[in-house]
Design a binder for this molecule. Structure first.
Ligand code: COA
Length: 161
């Protein structure tokens, strides 16, 4: 049977709420802002700018904007058929606790290319109750999961170790 080549996800998936816009338009993303946040956060500390750029290039990215100024981000790594990984979710501090993180999650979960998947996964240190509202649960069978985790991959001495 021939494999049909599905189109890449539509570049433009947008939703508006008051003065805020969620968009998957990669050209709108503020790489400096995203890198600045991620290189200081607990899960990607020290990540190089070029690594962030590469991750954006190969992900379905969701930016949130207030008058064209980016203030939130998330990205999804997926085959758009069976599986999706959600990562690098953040809302800048001044915009937190007003429902914007939940709205961005609603936009992500409603994206037409991310429907009917067999599995979603993510990792979080303390935002479990955010994701639980969208159906995420703790691992039902953690003994089935394996990983390669290199927590020092971005540290300056990592190559010598
Ligand atoms: C997590 C984050 C994206 C939430 O964004 P937000 O806009 O403040 O979230 P909202 O206002 O939409 O509300 C989040 C909901 O999740 C709940 N929640 C649970 N754990 C939370 C946590 N650690 N942080 C924020 N919200 C949390 C809140 O109580 C709220 O639910 P409720 O309205 O039913 O009470 C934001 O706090 C953030 O960027 N944090 C720093 C980066 C981070 O930790 N990202 C997640 C990595 S997995």
């Amino acid at each position: 049977m021939a494999i049909t080549t599905a189109k890449r996800p539509a570049d433009l998936y947008e939703s508006r709420k008051g003065e805020f816009l969620v968009s998957t338009d990669r050209s709108r993303l503020d790489l400096n802002l995203i890198h600045h946040f991620l290189t200081g956060c607990y899960w990607a500390k020290g990540i190089p700018r070029k690594t962030v750029a590469r991750s954006i290039e190969h992900s379905l990215c969701f930016g949130m904007y207030n008058a064209d100024k980016q203030m939130a981000f998330a990205r999804v790594i997926s085959d758009y058929a069976t599986y999706a990984y959600l990562g690098d979710v953040f809302v800048l501090d001044p915009y937190r606790r007003q429902g914007l993180g939940k709205w961005m999650m609603q936009c992500i979960m409603a994206h037409p290319w991310l429907q009917g998947l067999r599995r979603w996964s993510l990792l979080t240190r303390d935002a479990h109750m955010l994701y639980a509202q969208f159906g995420f649960t703790p691992l039902k069978a953690p003994e089935r999961y394996m990983e390669i985790h290199n927590p020092r991959v971005y540290s300056p001495t990592a190559v010598q170790e």
